[in-house]
Design a protein around this ligand. Structure first.
Ligand code: HEM
Ligand code: HEM
Length: 124
C-alpha cells in the first residue's frame, strides 16, 4: 500500500506539472496573464505539494497507508481538480460558480489538516 499510494502521488503530481507549465507557456505566448492564479496553484498545490506529499510518505513509511493517508489522498485528489476548474471558470467571469470553488477549497483545507495531523502524530 505504501508504494502504490506514494507512486500515485508522483504520477498525479507530474500531470499537474505538465498542465501548469502548459498554462504558463500559453500565458507567456498570448500576453494574457489573467489566469496566473490558476497557473500558480496548479503548479504549487498540484506539482510542488503533491510531489512533497509523495516524498514525505516515502521518508516516513509509518504515515503511508493508514486511514489518515487514505482520507488525505482521496479528499485532496477529488477536491483539487474541481478547485482548479472552478477557479478557472470564476476568473473567466462565471461568478455564480463561487460557492463550488469555496467548498472545494475547504475540502482541500480539510485534506491538508488531515495530512498535518498524520505527520505530527506518526512521523518518526
Ligand atoms: C515554462 C514554464 C513556465 C512559464 C512559461 C510560466 C509563466 C508564467 C507567467 C507568464 C506568469 C504570470 C506573471 C505575471 O503576470 O505576474 C507566471 C506566474 C507564476 N508562476 Fe509560472 N511559469 C512557468 C512555470 C512555473 C512553475 C514550474 C511554477 C511553480 C513550481 C510557477 C509558479 C508561478 C507562480 C507562483 C506565479 C505567480 C507569481 C506572482 O504572484 O506574481 N511557474 N508564470
Ligand atoms: C486551499 C488552499 C489554498 C487556497 C484557498 C489559496 C488561496 C489563495 C488566494 C485567494 C490567493 C490570492 C489570489 C489573487 O491574488 O487573486 C493566493 C495567492 C497565492 N497563493 Fe494560494 N491558496 C492555497 C494554497 C496555496 C499553497 C499550498 C501555496 C504554495 C505551496 C500557495 C501559494 C500562493 C502564491 C505564490 C500566491 C500568489 C500568486 C497568486 O496570486 O496566484 N497557495 N492563494
Amino acid at each position: 500500500m505504501e508504494n502504490t499510494s506514494t507512486t500515485a502521488w508522483f504520477k498525479l503530481a507530474v500531470l499537474y506539472l505538465v498542465a501548469g507549465v502548459a498554462l504558463g507557456l500559453h500565458m507567456a505566448k498570448s500576453g494574457d496573464h489573467g489566469m496566473y492564479p490558476v497557473h500558480a496553484h496548479i503548479n504549487l498545490l498540484g506539482w510542488v505539494s503533491m510531489a512533497l506529499f509523495g516524498l514525505i510518505y516515502r521518508q516516513f513509511p509509518a504515515l503511508a497507508g493508514n486511514k489518515l493517508a487514505k482520507a488525505h489522498f482521496w479528499l485532496y485528489n477529488l477536491a483539487l481538480p474541481v478547485n482548479m476548474a472552478t477557479l478557472f471558470m470564476y476568473l473567466g467571469g462565471n461568478v455564480a460558480i463561487e460557492p463550488v470553488l469555496g467548498v472545494a477549497s475547504m475540502v482541500l483545507g480539510l485534506a491538508i489538516a488531515i495530512f498535518a495531523i498524520n505527520v505530527v502524530k506518526n512521523a518518526k
